[in-house]
Ligand binder design. Structure first.
Ligand SMILES: C[S@@+](CC[C@H](N)C(=O)[O-])C[C@H]1O[C@@H](n2cnc3c(N)ncnc32)[C@H](O)[C@@H]1O
Length: 271
């Protein structure tokens, strides 16, 4: 664990007075790698959207089920973009438990996420952490640690979990996704989750307004728009559904009111 509030540790690139998506999400998950400014924003978000911590947990549980599913499908290379701050049940732990020969690359723009991931992984030979930007997807895919561990002639699972809702339209996510798709061989997969614009308009507006304090504000989008991000891929069963409904470990795990999660999730395959 890194003491993120210690000024001895803080890289110069981090401004502890500006909240970040990675650290606010860490706070919602009960993590400790966040600053006072992140906790304050996280608390304001809970007032506007009381279920937000529950939604973060459901998102994390989707990520873990998706990695188990993909490992069982035979995938042994994972590229996790917008990987966030490590917490319980990280991608490499699940993938390596399923297949000790798996390779995993974590990529995030947030220096705290990158430092915390590196501290956890030390020098694990099959896992790398890169500071890289989804909006510069060609550079990300060409990063030496990506090309060292990921063989793009064999199927890859790309994880875009809770990432695209912090990518603005002005950054043209469709174009980055098309470039990513063009790099992947047949048989590759994408796992995606995205907060939606369902629910009361004042809540949607409230979350979007609060998140303006972060360098990467949240964009809540419609289900159709989220589905369009998977163009060119074949959706696997059960399709694009509320996160707890995606292949639950047990039928009782589905909430009586899955729509309260206001987040869609899917896994899709490149045919
Ligand atoms: C809500 S967290 C999701 C973390 C993890 N994927 C999960 O679902 O548990 C979103 C992450 O995306 C990262 N992020 C935001 N914009 C990014 C970009 N342009 N490129 C790479 N990562 C980005 C943030 O720093 C943050 O760590």
């Amino acid at each position: 664990m890194i003491d993120v509030e210690s000024s001895d540790w803080l890289p110069e690139t981090i401004d502890p007075t500006v909240p970040s998506a990675a650290r606010v999400y860490d706070y919602q998950l009960g993590g400790v790698h966040n600053f006072a400014v992140d906790r304050a924003l996280g608390d304001q978000a809970r007032v506007v959207w009381p279920d937000i911590a529950l939604v973060a947990q459901a998102n994390r549980a989707f990520l873990q089920r998706a990695v188990r599913f993909l490992s069982a499908a035979g995938v042994d290379q994972f590229l996790d973009i917008g990987s966030g701050i490590p917490t319980a049940g990280n991608v490499h732990e699940i993938a390596l438990a399923a297949n000790p020969a798996a390779h995993i690359v974590y990529a995030d723009i947030d220096p705290v996420a990158v430092e915390c991931s590196r501290a956890l992984l030390a020098d694990h030979p099959a896992v790398a952490v890169v500071q890289a930007d989804f909006n510069r997807i060609d550079a990300l895919l060409a990063h030496p640690d990506v090309t060292r561990l990921i063989d793009f002639t064999r199927p890859v699972a790309v994880l875009l979990v809770a990432l695209l809702h912090v990518i603005g339209d002005e950054d043209h996510p469709q174009s980055s996704l098309a470039r990513l798709r063009g790099k992947l061989p047949t048989g590759s997969y994408v796992a995606l989750s995205h907060l939606s614009d369902e629910g009361p308009a004042e809540r949607v507006r409230g979350i979007e307004e609060l998140s303006q304090a972060m360098p990467t504000p949240i964009r809540l989008r419609s289900r159709d728009r989220i589905a369009s991000y998977l163009d060119g891929f074949d959706l696997l069963e059960p399709g694009l559904v509320h996160a707890p409904e995606w292949r639950p470990d047990h039928p009782d795990d589905i909430d009586d009111d899955p729509e309260r999660y206001c987040e869609f999730a899917a896994v899709a395959r490149l045919a």
